[in-house]
Design a protein around this ligand. Structure first.
Ligand code: 3PG
Length: 306
């Protein structure tokens, strides 16, 4: 009987856990749950005898893989898999997967929650501004970016996008203006929303030179990863450009320094983008099916360490 661990420092909703467990029950697998763990040692102990695991932003590094002697597959229930050491997974003969698109709407909706909050001056009672008619630049037109574009149209915003890996005609087919570079995106947008993954190429790529191209009153919204921000450079820019706002779903390392920009900065206390019952159900149950499909039929469709 295969044994599957759900290891979530930030737990799924109860309904998602129930749904995941039902998939494994039907397959005849045992499910074990490790939620809200506070120490890596708890994870190292829990992985010792499992064949498969579902994680969220939980870190799966070489030490975890060393401890997981029976592990054959790890599925990140979500989009970004920068929390898995892919080379170590491959070296340990472990298949790593994600569940692309499953939590995209949830993250996209949060973008607008953050934007309305920022445009209304963080609900401080003063007169704010509306999203209608403003230009929203989407950096990376993947699953989340596309959902952001769809919702932005409901707000009557003008939508632009840049994606180094997505052809302009695909962006234009979605009724979005494709621009030729990141620089152009920041120059031509009132707000830029980040949807790039954290890779060697993107880490610290969002810096003062780029964000400084936003016009007066510009807003940067980050529901992607903190690692893509060059924090010292953005801090310096915000000190110089007192018109700019930064709203983020990922608390920066320099949170206290950013917090000094009162009225121009907000960070959610915990990453909330994918924290909805719907996203948990979609991503969690997709992950469960991917595990069963892999163990029973060798299907590796969403493998990311090929
Ligand atoms: C993702 O990459 O899917 C999101 O960042 C969600 O992360 P979470 O599962 O930790 O909320």
């Amino acid at each position: 009987m295969a044994k599957v661990l759900i290891a979530t420092e930030k737990p799924f909703s109860a309904i998602a856990v129930k749904g995941i467990k039902e998939v494994f029950d039907a397959a005849g697998y045992e499910t074990v749950l490790l939620e809200k763990y506070t120490d890596k040692a708890q994870l190292l102990e829990a992985v010792a005898d499992v064949d498969a695991m579902i994680i969220r932003s939980d870190k799966v590094d070489a030490e975890v893989l060393d401890a997981a002697k029976q592990l054959k597959i790890v599925v990140r229930a979500g989009a970004g898999y920068d929390n898995i050491d892919l080379a170590a997974a491959t070296a340990h003969n472990v298949v790593a997967m994600n569940t692309p698109g499953q939590n995209a709407n949830s993250v996209a909706e949060l973008v607008f929650g953050l934007l309305v909050y920022a445009k209304r001056n963080f609900f401080n009672g003063t007169s704010g501004t509306e999203l209608k008619g403003k230009r929203l630049g989407i950096l990376a037109f993947g699953n989340v970016g596309r959902n952001v574009a769809r919702i932005a149209k409901g707000f009557d915003m003008e939508v632009l996008a840049y994606d180094a890996y997505c052809p302009a005609d695909v962006i234009e087919a979605a009724g979005v203006k494709a621009v030729a570079s990141q620089n152009e995106l920041f120059e031509q947008s009132d707000i830029v929303s980040l949807h790039i993954p954290a890779t060697d190429e993107t880490k610290q790529s969002i810096n003062a030179a780029l964000v400084g191209k936003l016009p007066k009153g510009g807003i940067l919204v980050n529901t992607a990863r903190k690692e893509v921000i060059d924090e010292p450079s953005l801090l310096q820019l915000m000190a110089e450009r007192t018109d700019l706002k930064y709203v983020t779903d990922i608390k920066p390392d320099a949170d206290a320094d950013f917090a000094a920009f009162e009225g121009r900065y907000f960070a959610t206390p915990k990453k909330m983008g994918a924290q909805t019952a719907e996203a948990n159900v979609n991503a969690g149950i997709a992950a469960a099916h991917q595990i069963v499909d892999f163990i029973e039929r060798g299907i590796t469709k969403f493998q990311v360490n090929k």
